[in-house]
Design a protein around this ligand. Sequence first.
Ligand code: ATR
Length: 284
Amino acid sequence: MIGVMPHQTKYFLAGVMGYPVMHSRSPKLHNYWLQLHGIEGHYAPIAVRPEGLEKALRALAPLGYCGVNLTLPLKESALPFVDRVDPLARQIGAINCVVVAEDGTLDGYNYDAYGFIASLREADPHWQANSGPAVVLGAGGAARAILAGLIREGAKEIRLANRTKERATALALEFGSEIEVHDWNERSGLLAGAAMVVNTTSMGMIGQPPLEIALDKLEANALVAEIVYAPLETDLLRRAKLRRNSTVDGLGMLLHQARPAFRHFFGAMPEVTPAVRSLISATL
Ligand code: ATR
């Protein structure tokens, strides 16, 4: 055990709200860290329908909760129901962590961008956002978090392609001049000269067809990242590995986004270790 609290007087409560919620890996992850850090507390799955979200969030303080994570379909709809929204969460347009302040008011954060960037740094501690162009595929909710993270880290050239081009154009207008929009059918050619490519679409997920993209223009030192974590090794990552490119799977983002949330709720910053990785990958 690390950081055992000798005179802990409070029993810490937190959880994850979603609908459905029982598939969430967060309880397993947070409860493992609680035990590892010797903190008395519990992290629970809480099924909340969108229409009950406001009341459920307002009940956190009287119930003695430190906060909750939010998952589908509640991330976007939570914005009006917290008292303060962190600027990055505002830019992403979604909240995945609600923290109860001392006075019972609620702060909303989004740690998906943090989780993505931290997972890149786990794979390559020297990773820099401005080391070359980044190719981002997709323009949904996940893409918003990835784009916000890359831009905050100093990315200067982001090549964005999405099946529905208008969604990509709207994102570029909203997020800034670092983003240049390309046609979806240009995606294989966009890899030429790029330092990294990230798939934020649902292609490659269990039950979905693989992402169709030719990798022959992929640079030998380019990083290939996924946000999909089921399966852990998508067809894209498998093909990138065959070419000996560095790869980052979607599990890293899932694990790393939980670290700052745990620190808010329970007061200690946990680590993503091989043991944590195998604990959660065993459930995929
Ligand atoms: P999320 O919040 O997980 O990002 P989303 O907002 O539904 O989910 O976005 C899914 C992304 O996958 C979108 O970029 C979507 O492209 P469209 O904007 O054209 O819908 C992309 N996507 C889903 N199915 C696809 C397919 N068959 N081919 C290409 N892109 C696809």
